[in-house]
Design a protein around this ligand. Structure first.
Ligand SMILES: [Zn+2]
Length: 318
């Protein structure tokens, strides 16, 4: 299907054809849309819309010009020398050749780390689409029911994006229901939308602690204030070598988030998603094992190296 046919007026919004289930069902219909690819094959440049956009000098930049990956980008992508967020900053700054009306590479380089993670993910998908096309051919997946390995070929043009609740607003407040009942007053969390700077801090954390405590750190990374008390994860909590520095402020932030009830943490996470929007990267596959034959969902991992280094770039014949 030509993704262009999904386009109705007001940019890229689609009609009521897609009704997501599961966690994505939380997003109201008017925030769903697909992003068509408008590529000039001669120049290998594509024009895409950002679901959120970035505020720059009072203007919301919503459109990006993306160019394809070259040899220099390949070396950045496979390098283990720097953190994931830094590598992505480098690639995004090189491949986004225009952001709204901004074409100056130095300005784009400064704006990239400030982009919402939702938009950074959208830009990475756009780079993949311009470089290798919309379809990921021969993606290896494993049936969760019987363990049978098979391949799937998801189409990136049919990925659904969910707009942020408010594209111009980055700081939010949320009242924790359980903590407020216990305290007898409104316990409010002030938090910041997940962006490239916060993703970089999380890259540093992830390198040191792996997956352990990551749910706690993801809340810590967004937190600005808890019940009237400022507490925020910043670059100051990391040494020159990127190691976590356990000072008083950090310990307090960690303990506060760790001691929050699971119910409050869960409702806060739902609020993050509701406000920040999302990308639905879940697709379906069918198990080829004749005894099993079940359908199962799997997620396209845009952070995996293979996303930019596909095994196949054309459909397999026979
Ligand atoms: Zn199976």
């Amino acid at each position: 299907m030509d993704p262009q046919t999904d386009v109705v007026e007001e940019g890229f919004q689609i009609d009521g054809a897609i009704v997501p289930t599961g966690p994505m069902a939380m997003f109201p219909q008017e925030r769903h849309y697909r992003i068509p690819r408008v590529v000039d094959p001669k120049s290998s440049v594509g024009i895409f819309e950002l679901p959120g956009g970035i505020l720059h000098e009072g203007q919301l930049l919503r459109e990006m010009h993306i160019t394809e990956l070259d040899g220099e980008d390949e070396d950045v992508l496979v390098s283990d020398a720097s953190l994931y967020a830094l590598r992505m900053n480098a690639v995004l700054a090189r491949k986004i050749v225009r952001l709204g009306h901004v074409e100056d590479p130095a300005t784009i380089g400064r704006l990239v780390p400030l982009m919402r993670v939702l938009d950074r993910g959208t830009a990475l998908i756009a780079i993949r689409r311009v470089t290798h096309g919309d379809v990921i051919y021969g993606l290896e997946v494993e049936c969760p029911h019987c363990g049978q390995k098979t391949t799937a070929s998801p189409d990136l043009s049919s990925v659904t994006y969910f707009r942020p609740a408010d594209c111009e607003r980055l700081e939010w407040e949320y009242m924790l229901p359980k903590a407020s009942r216990k305290a007898g007053h409104d316990v409010v969390v002030k938090w910041h939308v997940y962006d490239g700077e916060r993703e970089l801090l999380m890259s540093k954390v992830g390198k040191q602690i792996g997956d352990k405590d990551m749910l706690t750190w993801r809340i810590m990374g967004r937190m600005m204030e808890y019940d009237g008390k400022p507490m925020e994860l910043t670059g100051e909590h990391f040494g020159k070598d990127g190691r976590i520095v356990q000072n008083k402020g950090l310990v307090e932030l960690y303990r506060t988030v760790k001691l929050m009830s699971q119910a409050d943490r869960n409702s806060l996470r739902n609020e993050f998603r509701r406000v920040e929007g999302d990308i639905d990267l879940e697709v379906g596959a069918k198990c080829p094992n004749p005894i099993c034959g079940r359908e199962f969902p799997f997620s396209i991992d845009i952070t995996d190296r293979s996303f930019f280094f596909p095994v196949e770039t054309t459909p397999q014949s026979g």
